[in-house]
Design a protein around this ligand. Structure first.
Ligand code: NAP
Length: 259
């Protein structure tokens, strides 16, 4: 009798919609079992789980607020009880600023919210994930963490300083994790999306589209959630062998130096 093949298992944070959902779908198409996350157990999360399950892989709802660090361990344990040992963590959940405007008016509330979700949660969820992986014998599968930061990890958006600073922190967390986890053969990547059409960018997407068409991006168009989701799934499937610690712009060349 042949043994059941071991299946990779991914948790994608913030996968109830947008880039996270697209990443979850792309991972499912690669045969991953997927834990779908959002802060609440709502209709959007259930619909996302149904979309993943329809692709023929095990899928589970994993509602938890990534900013609640004390809930991480229980959340990961719950996912593993349902889907099996995790191989992959995609830290995608993120929030924008509470109000765009002059950085001289940034509130402490907006600063803390950006850092709690976009940076602190990325570090501590990765820590909890890595501790679990290191505490056991792992299947001979590719193991990785993929963090979704932003072009704003390197490029200033003057009206969203606290967002930029939190994404720069997450980019450094990615590099540090790559250094620590390299000896364990766990790859760590930092994906930096540029101008992507999702709910987060809906209020400004027309302006972004115009600027892309005028040459801000080398491909004269904004990106889709599927563009970034496909890239994330490629990285998490080990399609870039013998690499770790990379920051990968998903921005149609927006930040290529030019003059
Ligand atoms: N769109 C872009 O152009 C762009 C560019 C650069 C970087 N990014 C980054 O890409 C990631 C995804 O962005 P997106 O455009 O897909 O955003 P989105 O459409 O706003 O989706 C964000 C997802 O994260 C979830 N989320 C937010 N806070 C959470 C929390 N505390 N705990 C768990 N889940 C939480 C949201 O759930 P709820 O709605 O239920 O809160 C939602 O599922 C973010 O990290 C964002 O900063 C996006």
């Amino acid at each position: 009798m042949s043994a059941t093949p071991v299946r990779p298992v991914a948790l994608v944070t913030g996968s109830s919609r947008g880039i996270g959902l697209a990443a979850a779908e792309a991972l499912a198409r690669q045969g991953f079992a997927v834990a779908v996350n959002g802060p609440a157990e709502d209709a959007e999360l259930s619909a996302a789980v149904a979309r993943i399950a329809a692709l023929g892989v095990p899928a589970a709802a994993a509602p938890f607020d990534v900013a609640r660090i004390d809930g991480h361990d229980a959340a990961l344990a719950g996912i593993e009880a349902r889907l099996g040992p995790l191989t992959t963590l995609v830290n995608n959940a993120g929030v924008g600023v509470l109000r765009r405007g002059d950085m001289l008016d940034v509130s402490e509330e907006s600063w803390d919210r950006c850092f709690d979700v976009n940076a602190k949660a990325v570090f501590f969820l990765s820590q909890a994930f890595a501790r679990r992986l290191l505490s056991r014998q792992r299947a001979p599968l590719f193991h990785s963490i993929v963090n979704v930061t932003s072009s704003n990890a390197v490029a200033v958006a003057e009206q969203r300083t606290e967002y930029c600073a939190s994404k720069a922190a997450a980019a450094m967390v990615s590099k540090a994790l790559a250094v620590r986890l390299g000896r364990e053969e766990i790859a760590v990547y930092d994906v930096q999306p540029g101008l992507i059409a999702t709910e987060m960018t809906a209020p400004v997407i027309d302006t972004y589209r115009e600027r892309a068409e005028q040459g801000l991006t080398l491909f004269p168009r904004v990106g889709s959630a599927d563009d970034v989701g496909t890239l994330i799934a490629s990285l998490a499937s080990g399609r870039l062998p013998y690499t770790t610690g990379l920051s990968i712009p998903a921005d149609a060349g927006m930040l290529v130096p030019r003059f």
